[in-house]
Design a protein around this ligand. Structure first.
Ligand code: HEM
Length: 400
C-alpha cells in the first residue's frame, strides 16, 4: 500500500520500474487510485499521474522546468551531444521550435507531405506483401520502414537508407534511456552522432543555398549554430520514428482485439482520425517525460521541494477515469476529450500533425484497404516492451 511519511508526502515505495517494462498499466491504475502525485523512491522522483495534475505541470514552465539538471536531461544531452529544444524553457525553447513549425502545420502536411507519405506506405506495403502472410511482421516489415522513410523525407536526408535511420533512431533512444551509464551504449551514440554530423556538414550549406520544406532546411536557415542544429536533428531522429512506428502496430493490434470497431471504421472511413486518437490515448507511445521544480510548490495538495525531479506519466493520465469514462476500454466512439499522448503546453509534440496524417490517415488505412482480412497471426508470438517508450517489438500479421 502507498504509505504516508512523517511529512505526509505520499510515498509509493511499491513501484517497481523493472516490472513496468512488461506491463505498466497496473502500476498506473494503483498510482491514480491511491496517490496521483507520489514520491517514488525507486526512481528518486515524484510521479504525477492524474490528468489534471499533468496538465497543470505542462501549463507552468516557470515552476516545472524542462531544463532538468539531473538524470534524464543529462542523458538526453549526452545522447544527442547538446541540449535540444525539448529540454529548454522559453524563450530559448521557442527560438529553436519556431523554425520547424511552418513545415509541420496541417495545411503543408496535406498539400506537400501527404503524397510523399502515401508513396512510402505503398512502397513498403508491396515489400511486406512479398514476405507473404505466413512470414510478415508488421513491425519489422511495415511500421518501422514506413516511419523511417517518412522521417528521412521530413528531415531532408536524401541519401540515407531506411536501415541507417532505424539504427540511428534506436541508438539515440537507447542513449536517452541509458540510466545505468553503459559505456557501449554511449559509444554507439557517439558513432551515430558522428555519422549524422558528417551529413549535416554537407546538407546545412546546401539548404542555405537551396531552401525547401524539410526540417533540416528550416533549422539551417534560422541562424542556429551547428551544435544546436545537430542536437535538434538528433532529437527528431529519436522521437520522430519510434512513436509513429508504435502507433501503426498498436492501431492494428487494438482493432484486431475489437473486431466490431474495426468493421465500424472500415464501413465509415471518416472514423480513422478518431481511431488514431483513441489508440494513442489507450496505448500511449511515450509514457513518461521529466520536469524539474524551480521552486517549492504544491501540486494536488502535495508539497514539492525546489529542484526536485517530477515525472509526468501521460500514459497514466490518458487512463484517468475522472476524465475518460471506462478509461481502460478501447472505444473509438468515446466523446472527444483532449488526451495527453502528444504532451501539452509549449512542448506539445512538434510532429503531431505528421503523425496524425502520415500514420492515422495514410499508413494505417492503406493497410486495411490493400490487405483484405488483415489480422494478427496468433500462430506466431507478438512482443511488447517498455514504459517510458512503449510499443510492440514484434507483431506477426496475416491476410486473406
Ligand atoms: C505518434 C507519434 C508521436 C508521439 C506519441 C509523440 C509524442 C511526443 C511527446 C509526448 C512530446 C513532448 C515531450 C516533452 O514535453 O518532454 C513530443 C515532443 C516532440 N516531438 Fe513528438 N511524438 C510523435 C511523433 C513525432 C514526429 C513524427 C516528430 C517529427 C517529425 C516529432 C517531433 C517532436 C519534437 C521535435 C518534440 C519536441 C517539441 C518541443 O520541445 O517543443 N514527434 N512528442
Amino acid at each position: 500500500m502507498t504509505t504516508k511519511s512523517t511529512s505526509a508526502v505520499p510515498t509509493a515505495d511499491w513501484v517497481d520500474p523493472a516490472a513496468m517494462l512488461t506491463d505498466p498499466y497496473p502500476t498506473y491504475r494503483r498510482l491514480l487510485d491511491e496517490s496521483p502525485v507520489a514520491w517514488v523512491p525507486a526512481l528518486n522522483q515524484y510521479l504525477v499521474t492524474s490528468h489534471e495534475a499533468c496538465r497543470a505541470v505542462e501549463a507552468n514552465q516557470e515552476t516545472f522546468s524542462a531544463n532538468v539538471t539531473t538524470g534524464a536531461t543529462a542523458q538526453m544531452a549526452r545522447a544527442v551531444g547538446s541540449q535540444p529544444m525539448v529540454n529548454k524553457d522559453d524563450p530559448d525553447h521557442a527560438r529553436e521550435r519556431q523554425p520547424v513549425n511552418p513545415t509541420l502545420r496541417p495545411g503543408i502536411m496535406r498539400a506537400h507531405w501527404a503524397p510523399i507519405f502515401e508513396r512510402n506506405a505503398r512502397t513498403h506495403l508491396a515489400l511486406m506483401r512479398e514476405q507473404g502472410p505466413d512470414r510478415a511482421d508488421l513491425n519489422r516489415d511495415y511500421a518501422a520502414p514506413v516511419a523511417a522513410q517518412n522521417l528521412i523525407d521530413l528531415l531532408g536526408f536524401h541519401d540515407v537508407e531506411v536501415e541507417v535511420m532505424r539504427r540511428w533512431s534506436n541508438t539515440f533512444v537507447e542513449g536517452i534511456g541509458n540510466i545505468f551509464d553503459e559505456p557501449e551504449t554511449w559509444r554507439r551514440c557517439d558513432d551515430a552522432r558522428a555519422e549524422v554530423d558528417a551529413r549535416l556538414e554537407e546538407l546545412v550549406p546546401y539548404y542555405r543555398a537551396h531552401p525547401d520544406r524539410s526540417i533540416i532546411s528550416a533549422f539551417a536557415n534560422a541562424g542556429m549554430p551547428m551544435t544546436q542544429i545537430a542536437a535538434n536533428v538528433d532529437l527528431v531522429i529519436s522521437g520522430g520514428m519510434n512513436e509513429p512506428q508504435h502507433a501503426i502496430t498498436s492501431t492494428v493490434w487494438a482493432l484486431d482485439r475489437h473486431p466490431e470497431q474495426r468493421d465500424h471504421v472500415l464501413a465509415d472511413p471518416a472514423l480513422w482520425p478518431a481511431v488514431f486518437d483513441e489508440t494513442v490515448r489507450w496505448l500511449s507511445p511515450i509514457g513518461y517525460y521529466p520536469r524539474e521544480t524551480t521552486r517549492e510548490t504544491v501540486l494536488e495538495d502535495v508539497r514539492l521541494p525546489a529542484r526536485t525531479m517530477v515525472g509526468i506519466l501521460v500514459a497514466a493520465a490518458n487512463r484517468d477515469t475522472t476524465v475518460f469514462e471506462s478509461a481502460d476500454e478501447f472505444d473509438i466512439t468515446r466523446p472527444r476529450h483532449p488526451h495527453l499522448a502528444f504532451g501539452g503546453g509549449v512542448h506539445l509534440c512538434a510532429g503531431h500533425w505528421a503523425a496524425r496524417i502520415g500514420i492515422g490517415e495514410i499508413a494505417v488505412p492503406i493497410l486495411y484497404a490493400e490487405l483484405p482480412g488483415l489480422h494478427v497471426d496468433s500462430r506466431r508470438d507478438e512482443a511488447w516492451f517498455g514504459w517510458v517508450f512503449r510499443g510492440l517489438t514484434a507483431l506477426p500479421v496475416a491476410w486473406n
